[in-house]
Design a binder for this molecule. Structure first.
Ligand SMILES: [Zn+2]
Ligand SMILES: [Zn+2]
Length: 170
């Protein structure tokens, strides 16, 4: 298989009876699909013969370069996609032009589907790491690698007001 595409031949499954399933795995350190670069692009999926074609079900893992919402550092953020898609066979059986189809030769190129899903599944709130400490609200230091000496009173503002009142009445 060529490093820049995800073409599979499911011709042998087309010959098999419905319910027959095969597992596939791939790992690429880097893949370009159209204009998008994916580093890495790993996948694990099953292809199952159904009455209508081949059902692809699996998990595809890549990453995207995004700004962390807490520390604002450009980071590689994991992007996981779970895909379940029917590729119609014969192609003429597809109900509309948006449907995915298999070629008459049994070939399927998964890259348009995987590209689309990888872009959709980019996190809305990317984090450089699960426990990113973010930036100090006082001095702006990145607390992951540069702990500062600021004393942050992270008390609830309503409680702070109450505290001030208590102090006053002392
Ligand atoms: Zn971060
Ligand atoms: Zn600080």
């Amino acid at each position: 298989m060529h490093g820049n595409n995800l073409k599979f031949n499911f011709g042998f499954l087309i010959e098999a009876s419905p319910g027959t399933s095969n597992n596939f795995e791939f790992e690429y350190p880097r893949m370009i699909i159209e204009d998008e670069e994916f580093v890495p692009m790993n996948g694990k999926f099953s292809a199952t013969r159904t009455g209508e074609g081949i059902l692809i079900q699996g998990k595809f893992i890549t990453s995207a370069e995004m700004d962390c919402i807490r520390c604002l550092e450009l980071s590689q953020v994991a992007v996981n996609s779970f895909i379940e898609e029917l590729f119609f066979y014969p192609p003429s059986a597809a109900p509309d032009s948006d449907s995915f189809t298999m070629g008459e030769d049994g070939n399927v190129d998964l890259s348009p589907l995987i590209r689309q899903e990888a872009l959709i599944n980019r996190p809305m709130q990317p984090l450089c790491k699960e426990d990113c400490k973010g930036l100090c609200i006082e001095c702006g230091a990145n607390l992951n690698n540069d702990p500062c000496d600021c004393e942050i009173d992270d008390i609830d503002p309503r409680l702070a007001a109450l505290k001030a009142l208590i102090k006053e009445s002392d």
